[in-house]
Ligand binder design. Structure first.
Ligand code: AMP
Length: 281
């Protein structure tokens, strides 16, 4: 695996290879890698000549300085994991490399209602920070395919919107959610849960699975309030939201007939750790 820290160097390498017809798959991450990230790299390896992973804890997408400060950065254990998946290139830029003029020079993208609903509403500016960094990465790397996890469902929608706005000829590949044995969706933030909290957090997937099994037997409102109280039965849990959305447009729906494909999305705090999960019904 070759490690690049400077945009001009990695972009030079990529250009040389795309000139001779090699395809590029790109997996953006914030590090603290787990099997969820690795599954994206494995998928990219199957479909591309060269796979690039980035590790960049993007300051522009954190709206709480404490969250940014405490975000795990275990590079020494990330490197062997990347090598074990035969990732070809690691892009590991500094914040100055990506934002040479600081965070005051961020672009504003018109993400429409995606910007202010659910995650967007609770984390103002978060998605604009996400698309700023992804847009920069796409400019530098010009990948053929971009690999994203279904785990961050709204983020996928936001990045698809970015590709529409910027008309980048890059295909989005959405990869399934990787879970612990308990059903808990893998996440870099899980490191911050105690062993007990991890057990409590498994209620999220149990609830989403219950929702998928029973959704046509109840009205949407009934199932929603039942699901929220199911989560709250586990200690130390607080539901930020548990909503049903049109899986294509990501509009919140209020009746089962409002959408052909439905996704149930949830954000739950377990102790101090905020976890996201979702399930397609
Ligand atoms: P992050 O490092 O959290 O920014 O995540 C980088 C990429 O990995 C994003 O596209 C995530 O959606 C994806 N990802 C994170 N957790 C999982 C998971 N449990 N299963 C599949 N993909 C995941």
């Amino acid at each position: 695996m070759i490690l690049y820290k400077r945009a001009v160097d990695i972009s030079g390498f990529v250009k040389k290879n795309t000139h001779v017809g090699k395809s590029i798959g790109f997996v953006p991450t914030m590090g603290a890698l787990h099997q969820g990230h690795l599954s994206l790299i494995q998928q990219a390896k199957l479909e591309n000549d060269i796979v690039i992973c980035s590790i960049f804890v993007n300051p522009a997408q954190f709206n709480e300085q404490n969250d940014l400060r405490t975000y795990p950065r275990p590079l020494e254990s990330d490197l062997p994991l990347l090598i074990s998946t035969q990732c070809d290139l690691l892009f590991l830029p500094s914040a100055d490399e990506i934002y040479p003029n600081g965070l005051n020079s961020l672009k504003h993208y018109d993400l429409g209602y995606l910007e202010n609903s659910l995650e967007g509403r609770l984390r103002p500016g978060h998605f604009n920070g996400v698309v700023n960094v992804i847009d920069k990465f796409l400019e530098i790397l010009k990948p053929d395919r971009l690999y994203l996890g279904q785990k961050d469902f709204q983020q996928v929608k936001v990045i698809e919107r970015l590709l529409q706005i910027t008309r980048q000829p890059c295909q989005c590949i959405i990869c399934p959610i990787q879970r612990e044995e308990s059903g808990l969706a893998m996440s870099s933030r899980n490191i911050r849960l105690t062993a007990e909290q991890k057990v409590h957090a498994s209620v999220i997937y149990k609830t989403l699975s219950f929702v998928r099994e029973h959704y046509k037997k109840y009205s949407l409102k009934e199932l929603q309030s039942h699901a929220i109280s199911m989560v709250h039965q586990a200690p130390e849990t607080a539901v930020d939201y548990l909503e049903f959305c049109d899986a294509e447009s990501f509009h919140i729906i209020h009746n089962w007939n409002d959408a052909e494909h439905i996704v149930c999305v949830a954000a739950v705090k377990v102790g101090e750790v905020r976890l996201l999960d979702n399930i397609l019904l």
